[in-house]
Design a protein. Sequence first.
Length: 360
Amino acid sequence: MKPSLAAKLALLSERLEELNLLLAGESVTSDMDNFRKLSREHAEISPIVALYHLYLRAEQDLATAEELLSDPAMREFAQAEIGESRRRIEETEAELQKMLLPRDPNDERNVFLEVRAGTGGNESALFAGQLFRMYARYAERAGWRVELISESLGEVGGYKEVIAKVIGQGAYSRLKFESGGHRVQRVPETETQGRIHTSACTVAVMPEPEEIGEVELNAQDLRIDTFRSSGAGGQHINKTDSAVRITHLPTGIVVECQDDRSQHKNKAQALAILAARIKDKQLREHQAKEAATRKSLIGSGDRSERIRTYNFPQGRVTDHRINLTLYKIDAIMDGDLDDLIRALGTEYQAEQLAALAEEA
């Protein structure tokens, strides 16, 4: 084991003992915020330390078996034990390396999901509708909740733009690699010659900030306009200026929200989306700097990057970042994204391990 990894594990083992003492204290529940913080840290460290102890035990078993090699009567047993111990050491060390990879602090958060039609006119809007349904079905399979925030309907169906909030544990960790350009190749229903058309949509997945305070929003940087909703909603929504448009002057980011009758609720929702977009912009800029020094296959965050192609005539979906092609387009469009998401996560983990090896 590398000295840097061994030192980190030894420190975690000491920290777990310290946490055990702190959580056993009589006054620990007097400060519930601190109690929750300590409990969360304890839950995160415990499995790593338990695995580290298994590693140390395997090392001890190896040392004991090597001592037995000098005894002719025990040599065969010792050789078998040495092989088994070395296998356990290798497997446990590999697992420990994975467990010690830096965690994305946003992984457990809810997300704002935005799907926008791009090139392709009505066909693109129809595909945007199918993409949104695909993610909604995936969320349903995961036991998450999807709240529609705003929508701009296409002329013949689908969406020009749709924004929703996906609420569920680990939503960002599983959807974060979906941001980018999604291309569709198929024969539109309006095509009389049977020609295959290509159109595109963009998807943005942004973690919901815990608090707007995470992103500094200064009042002087915001222009807030109110107007009457253009959507359905009856007499009330058309008679009051309940819709809200917020412009963040430094970045030019504009957010509109008009789904609720309450101007206050629309403003709060718009501010939350604005904070998420600003944070997402900062994250993408940081990732771009990282990519300049180390090639990154996953999560470059570039919205213009074509990440996936959905070819309906051939029944295939190809993720270009990891060169993965699956011939199950109907299942995927119905929300069966597990194979794609698992493969992307595995590739990202491999990148992290490679970077860790370079640093050591």
